[in-house]
Write a protein that binds this ligand. Sequence first.
Ligand code: SF4
Ligand code: SF4
Length: 542
Amino acid sequence: MSRPRTRARTAAPEAGLTAGMAARALRRGLRHAGLIQVKAPPALPAQNGRRPHGPEPRQIMSQPASPSLYAAREPVFPRRVSGRFRRLKWAVMAVTLGIYHVLPWIRWDRGPDRPDQAVLVDLAGRRFFFFWIEIWPQDFHVVAGLLVMAGLGLFLFTAALGRVWCGYACPQTVWTDLFMWIERRIEGDRNARMKRDAGPHDAAWWRLKIAKHAAWLLIALATGGAWVFYFTDAPSTLVALLTFRAEPGVYFFVGLFTATTYVLGGIAREQVCTYMCPWPRFQAAMLDKDSLVVTYRDWRGEPRGKPDAAHGDCVDCKACVHVCPTGIDIRDGQQLECIGCGLCIDACDDVMAKLHRPKGLIAFETLGNLAASQAATRGMPPGEARTAAGMAARKAPRFLRPRTFVYAGVLSAVAVVMLAAFLLRETLSLTAIQERAPLYVTLSDGSVRNAYTLRIANKSHTAEEFRLAVESRLPLAVAVQGQEGPPRLVSRPDGLSDARVFLTLPPDPPGGRRDGEVTFRLLDASGRTVASAHAQFHGGRR
Ligand code: SF4
Ligand code: SF4
């Protein structure tokens, strides 16, 4: 029983680390991480007014329970609200979902081999179609440019209007809004839902919960599941799905998109914005004192309390908190969780209207104006005079300022470059791929032959025939596999065409040069070069 312990004691020094050293290192690490506390013992009595020599003894205290890094989700029960920002959100939802559902059903002639769809992601053909725009894999820079433009557009809107994208047009917001609307229709408004969730899980509770989740799944199927129509012919795919004759892969992706929509829009909701989305983390860098953000005008609302002369305009009714889809209190100041939807503005305006006080206690406001109003009303008692003074200190929001100029300028420059690159892109291109196994073949008469695959990418919708010319300092003979006479190549419409081409060097070329560069040219009927490609000829050693 004692042998292993003896071995451990003797083996550790060989490794350069004793058990004591390891324990001390572990304790040091825990101390630095704050997981154990070190308490100094009572000071030793001074001797003749001097502290005794030697290091101060330290004592390891008991290890407290580690703080949990997990926090359970606080359920959010947003209340129904009406007002101009709510109406705007409904309108944006109708437009965005309308576009999303209509696009795959717009017909567009795509030739005999593809669905006649205006917007189509053709994964098999490695092509993306958007009305008259056709993106090939070779045009990936166009896609990259569009993504850069989307990012810059987001920067510009955030700098000018805060998180309007998050609050109105982000798919997560649109879907969450839709799911919350269904929840309200089935389970009732905030108070009814809170009461039911706090009560017993009886038959009525289960009936409503099952109805809600079934409705959510149906909406997820009809919205998220509709993604598949962008990848395949929408009408025939819908018929195949409904008659259970679609490919298993189609059902799989419909299920996948339905499940993600249901989980993100119905279950996760504001958690996606708060914890999963990176955008709130760096959006603060886009904001400045002139950006419009949803703001509580504390200079007007404080001190909160009863609607009397001793208090500000905020009656602490918490209507703004109860309607918030992320469950925050905007009166606590700017917060990462605030998506800038403006629903708290609607709720508070409603309260102010009932109290016969001016609307706008919560408003889209610049932080510069907020600071100016705070300074102008400092020390003033609540009342109409304070409200008037605070509002008079404001300035009209400046949308044209250096930051927005820079974003708009860079966005315009990228747009112009992308447009030029797209308009000037070649509709026909030629690629020469040299065969490498073997690199060259020596024929029986001593001549040397190289083989190439010439690939024509024809982005037009007509087949074309070209004369093939070869330029080189070597006296090369050219032949196309399966052809007699002058070499000609035919490109099929809207696709790739391959041809095998042989170049042959005679046994004793003038000057003895055996290797060299080769240029393949496609010539149209008038002899003009329409596409070219470079390659090497390898003649080997004599
Ligand atoms: S809705 Fe307006 S009055 Fe009510 S708590 Fe919010 S800020 Fe105050
Ligand atoms: S605080 Fe207001 S603007 Fe921000 S998310 Fe909540 S309701 Fe929307």
